[in-house]
Design a protein around this ligand. Structure first.
Ligand code: GLC
Length: 459
């Protein structure tokens, strides 16, 4: 069951707790060196809903959302703010008294995810600052200690359940609050001495927290770990945590960031899917599950100064790109401290939803493009191929290079009349080509369905 993960480049030994923490994924290329054992049949059953879903919502929300990215005049922080602004723990703890998102409405958030065509929601149960958005019986550093008091995980799980979406938890292993977590940030070594800290107790706390998350909130789709890259977290610890998750909920899916450090090359890499961050891999990985997590603007957590949002066309393009390469897209929202989504996010979700209501069948349950040298992206499902055409007016005849199977019929998903699109043999080497009508049926990305009498072959 353990498969598909990264192997650390130049694995480093233990005993280096005093070293500053290592580069974060995405900064170092650590995630690029990967051994990828093939998926087994048992995994296929467990992964089926996730592979069909293709599109989920990521939510980064916590005490940091109150600061909205700003500290002492600098405005480029976000969920890392306690570390990037060097905020002393006692100072950061004052945020507890300010967490009161009176406008939080789980049904509204989940409703927006559902309307956008998303099938699962992955929300931070705990980020690196250690604050838990759930009523964690093992710590007071949680929502119970805020004026808000309400268990956010409970309300989210109930709302996703009502809406028929899968509830998933993001959970950081790295913890800048727990006294037994090691190492400390290098800048706070003087104010937070490590005397008496016992990492083994932290592991118990981590397991105890995960147990609550997998016992108290019904069926959970994914345990999405993060913050695993410090040398204190070892492969053996990752293996035990992975096993515990599966023991608690046998069908839960666990991401590859459960993996820890190893002195020797890892032969049993952990996790069920890879997690490229802020990127879509150049090509997919055939036989391997992966999910690109990507922000709508430049930050995961809310930053009131960050209005650098991707356009609707870019966001739909990312969803099309991940699907056409055989992966999922986990698109992030950084809600505000009052419990609402930023307006830009709300607008974009609605626009994606409008597109998905027409074109969603080209995304859900599909597999990667069969074409290697085509001018368009595509997906495949049974006896159908879906082509995503973005440059419609310039396209002219659209060649289907290498398509060996005869097209039975072709039409645009956005065309309610399903008017037949003519297919002739005008492509290079007499391959089939589409004669597209003059006007694009969708201003952003038009989907053309090709239907066949059998599973299509592209050579
Ligand atoms: C990184 C960051 C974190 C963010 C995550 C999302 O690991 O540390 O802030 O939650 O990526 O993938």
């Amino acid at each position: 069951m353990k498969r598909r993960a990264f192997v650390q480049a130049g694995a480093i030994g233990l005993g280096a707790l005093a070293l500053p923490s290592l580069p974060r994924p995405g900064e170092s290329g650590l995630w690029a060196t990967t051994v990828l054992p093939p998926a087994g049949p048992a995994d296929d059953v467990r992964m089926a809903w996730w592979r069909d879903a293709r599109f989920g919502m990521f939510i980064h929300w916590g005490l940091y959302s109150i600061l909205a990215g700003e500290w002492m005049g600098r405005t480029d922080h976000a969920e890392w703010i306690r570390n990037t602004a060097h905020i002393p723990l006692a100072e950061y703890e004052k945020l507890l008294a300010r967490f009161n998102p009176v406008r939080f409405d789980a049904d509204r958030w989940v409703g927006m995810a559902k309307d956008a065509g998303m099938k699962y929601v992955t929300i931070t149960s705990k980020h690196h600052d250690g604050f838990c958005l759930f009523d964690n019986r093992l710590t007071n550093w949680c929502v119970r200690s805020t004026p808000f008091k309400r268990d956010v995980m409970k309300e989210m799980a109930a709302a996703t359940g009502r809406a028929g979406l899968k509830q998933c938890w993001y959970h950081s292993i790295m913890d800048w609050h727990h006294p037994d977590y090691l190492p400390r940030r290098d800048w706070e070594a003087a104010t937070r001495p490590v005397d008496g800290a016992r990492y083994s107790r932290f592991i118990q706390y981590l397991h105890g927290s995960v147990e609550q998350l997998l016992r108290n909130y019904g069926d959970i789709g994914v345990m999405w770990f993060d913050g695993q890259w410090e040398q204190t977290w070892t492969h053996e610890m990752g293996r035990a945590l992975y096993a515990r998750c599966r023991e608690l909920q046998p069908s839960v899916i666990v991401n590859n960031r459960v993996e820890g450090w190893s002195q020797t090359p890892v032969t049993d890499p952990l996790g069920d899917f890879r997690t490229p961050e802020q990127e879509v891999p150049a090509t997919g990985w055939p036989g391997v599950d992966w999910e690109s997590c990507i922000t709508m603007n430049d930050n995961w957590g809310y930053n009131s100064h960050d209005h650098h949002f991707k356009t609707v066309a870019q966001l739909i393009g990312l969803l099309v790109e991940t699907s056409s390469k055989g992966g999922n897209l986990l698109l992030n929202i950084g809600p505000k401290a009052d419990g609402t989504f930023p307006d830009e996010s709300v607008e974009r979700l609605a626009a994606i939803g409008r597109w998905m209501r027409v074109n969603g069948e080209a995304i859900y349950g599909t597999t990667a493009s069969l074409f290697s040298k085509a001018a368009f992206r595509s997906t495949t499902k049974g006896n159908r191929i879906y082509l995503f055409v973005t440059d419609w007016p310039e396209v002219g005849p659209l060649a289907l290079p290498g398509l060996k199977t005869a097209v039975r019929s072709a039409y645009a998903l956005a065309d309610q009349t399903k008017a037949a699109i003519v297919v002739n043999a005008g492509g290079p080497d007499a391959s089939q080509a589409l004669i597209l009508p003059r006007n694009a049926p969708d201003p952003v990305c038009s989907v053309v369905v090709l239907e066949f009498d059998q599973a299509p072959v592209v050579g």
